[in-house]
Write a protein that binds this ligand. Structure first.
Ligand SMILES: Nc1ncnc2c1ncn2[C@@H]1O[C@H](COP(=O)(O)OP(=O)(O)OP(=O)(O)O)[C@@H](O)[C@H]1O
Ligand SMILES: [Mg+2]
Length: 609
């Protein structure tokens, strides 16, 4: 891919909420197909059960008619209890329900598996998406969108297979029986009312969709605000802004309330309209049947059966209205999730990407005329070139915002550069699979965030499956053991959400421990000891010194005293390398680095005084 094609657009600040066209039913069907194909046996059995249940249901009014006629006094004849018919009636009723339950039993697993698969697919996709997406996402809205989307899939699956087609089949069956048994006029009334009902339902449901969408948006927004405020609990307290946060949350909830109540009102309108059509058609049909009975063309049993058929017709039709409405809703709900799934990661593996041949030994890393900006309007790196020889330790220094961490992110391939390249042993990063590249690199990031789990879990994260002994060794190297020994729960101490229950320095040492546990040939230390006091820092630097000996290392540091032993120091300014060399060389040069060094010396002197 050409560098210009990878240019990213300026951040819109809402990665998960871009305008997405609502997924069509066709698209949804394509998405559902693999889930249905997973259990062909269950699907067939469930459909068979369904059709048998429908046929049993269609016989009910017929049995009812015979019952009523048997009980209607004919001149002189003695009435007897029609036992067989009564039993048949009860049997058919029970069968109808039983078959429905059996069907749910058989099909339930298909829907649940689909939910599980869909959720996993989204989860995996989220991890494939680039850092840019994740930096601009809104966690609260995202989780709600996914939740709704996954539910939508399961819903569509259940209802598309079991309602639309079978209900149409049932309606056709009933209309056919009405025509064949009674009169074409009955069938005509049935047909007209079905058309009216369906037409009305479609038009009104389409109109309602935007209320559903609005309610969804408001729900996601309120959730975003709630999660954001909770994540910033401390900040809220520092500034005494509980009321302000409550107000913001309540504003979102008020908008949600309004949207949801409009949604409900429109639903009421739909239901009322549908009921009117049903009542009208049943009245027309009964009117016709009553006239037939008065002229002797129809028995009372026939009258009862026609009524039963109409109900038999409208129950599924009503259901169809409900299902259509819910399908529209499911599609609306799935809109965001489909949008998410359609999002292409900015950083992708090139076709034919080859894992680097020799790993194990420490590789060479070369930054070659690197040009990069997070947005096109603001370049951060403008032609950065330097090399880290195998096993060498190179330090990058520069003002805050100079692009040091950006360099590390590019080496880890969180982003692709717009110009130039980074090569490991001469191979462009873009020509390697991302997982192979990332397996080579261990990072101690500038800001460490921990998983809300135990200390052991967080250290072992460096290499899942590492033994307790290995975890302890890494903890020892990172000078964590005395801290852990003092904890009542030791390694099993929970660190809290994002690791906020351990101190900044402890968090940083956990990050060092897990990077050491990963034991990678390339190491990136981004201000890895910035939160430590001087004595802890000195101790860890010793440990890191040992750890970085055999590794190709990129160190980023503000405190220059921590990098005087580097094989080379690169000074970054305004996106360019302005000086590079060993510590004594740079001092002798008397440039920016020497100035910074003297400044820090003086500060240290002041502090010591
Ligand atoms: N995801 C991003 N989107 C847009 N701009 C960003 C992003 N990340 C960083 N920047 C900007 O890029 C510039 C370089 O950031 P970088 O994190 O590389 O700085 P740094 O040299 O590591 O600074 P510090 O010493 O403070 O850590 C900064 O001005 C920052 O505001
Ligand atoms: Mg930084």
């Amino acid at each position: 891919m050409s560098p210009s094609a990878r240019r990213r657009t300026p951040d819109t600040g809402d990665a998960a909420g871009e305008a997405v066209i609502e997924p069509s039913l066709g698209k949804a069907l394509v998405a559902l197909k693999p889930y249905l194909a997973e259990f062909p046996g269950r699907l067939t059995l469930a459909l068979a059960l369904l059709f048998v249940a429908k046929i049993a249901g269609v016989w009910l009014p017929q049995v009812l008619k015979n019952l009523v006629d048997a009980l209607t006094p004919k001149d002189g004849a003695v009435l007897i209890v029609p036992a067989a018919l009564l039993l048949a009636y009860g049997g058919f009723r029970f069968l109808n329900v039983l078959l429905g339950e059996l069907r749910d039993l058989v099909f339930g697993k298909v829907a649940e598996r689909a939910q599980r698969r869909a959720a996993l697919k989204v989860f995996e996709h989220l991890h494939r998406l680039d850092l840019d997406f994740h930096l601009s996402r809104r966690t609260g809205a995202l989780s709600r969108d996914i939740e709704r989307g996954v539910d939508g899939i399961s819903f569509l699956l259940r209802f598309l297979t079991f309602n639309i087609v079978p209900t149409l089949f049932e309606i056709a069956l009933v209309a056919g029986i009405l025509w064949q048994q009674y009169d074409v006029r009955f069938a005509a009334i049935a047909a007209i009312s079905v058309v009216l009902y369906v037409g009305f339902s479609i038009v009104v449901t389409e109109w309602r969709t935007r209320f559903v969408r609005e309610a969804n948006t408001m729900d996601s927004k309120a959730n975003t605000r709630a999660i954001d405020a909770l994540l910033n609990y401390e900040t809220v307290k520092y500034f005494g802004n509980e009321r302000w946060e409550a107000k913001r949350y309540d504003d979102s909830m008020a908008a949600w309330e309004k949207a949801t109540s409009r949604n409900r009102q429109s639903l009421s309108a739909l239901n009322t309209g549908q009921a009117l059509i049903v009542a009208g058609s049943i009245t027309a049909m009964m009117w016709l049947a009553a006239r037939e009975v008065t002229v002797g063309a129809m028995t009372v049993g026939g009258f009862v059966a026609v009524n039963a058929y109409m109900i038999q017709l409208f129950v599924p039709l009503n259901f169809l209205g409900f299902v259509y409405r819910e399908i529209r809703r499911a599609l609306t709900d799935m809109q965001k999730m489909f949008g998410l799934m359609d999002r292409v990661p900015q950083v992708v593996d090139a076709s034919g990407a080859q894992p680097p041949l020799r790993t194990g030994s420490s590789p060479q890393v070369r930054f070659d005329d690197l040009q990069f900006g997070y947005s096109t309007s603001r370049p951060i790196l403008r032609g950065v070139s330097f090399t880290i020889a195998p096993g060498e330790k190179v330090a990058v220094v520069g003002a805050s915002g100079a692009g040091k961490s950006t360099l590390a992110r590019l080496l880890f391939r969180f982003y692709d550069p717009q110009g130039g390249a980074i090569r490991i042993d001469g191979v462009d990063l873009r020509a390697m699979p991302q997982d192979a590249l990332r397996a080579l690199i261990g990072v101690v990031p500038q800001d460490t965030v921990l998983f809300n789990d135990t200390i052991e879990y967080n250290i072992a994260y460096g290499r899942p499956g590492a033994s307790r002994a290995e975890v302890e060794r890494a903890a020892r190297l990172a000078h964590l053991e005395s801290f852990i020994a003092r904890l009542p729960q030791g390694y099993d101490t929970p660190v809290g959400e994002r690791g906020l229950k351990v101190s900044g320095g402890e968090k940083q040492r956990i990050a060092i421990a897990r990077a050491l546990l990963k034991d990678p040939p390339i190491l990136i230390l981004d201000e890895a000891t910035s939160s430590l006091d001087s004595s802890a820092e000195a101790a860890i630097l010793d440990a890191l010194q040992a750890a970085t000996e055999r590794r190709t290392t990129l160190v980023i540091a503000h405190r220059l005293s921590t990098i005087t032993d580097a094989d080379r120091i690169v000074v970054l300014d305004q996106g360019r390398v302005i000086e590079q060399g060993r510590h004594p060389q740079l001092l002798a040069l008397g440039g920016v680095y020497a100035g910074l060094w003297n400044l820090q010396l003086r500060e240290q002197g002041d502090a010591a005084r």
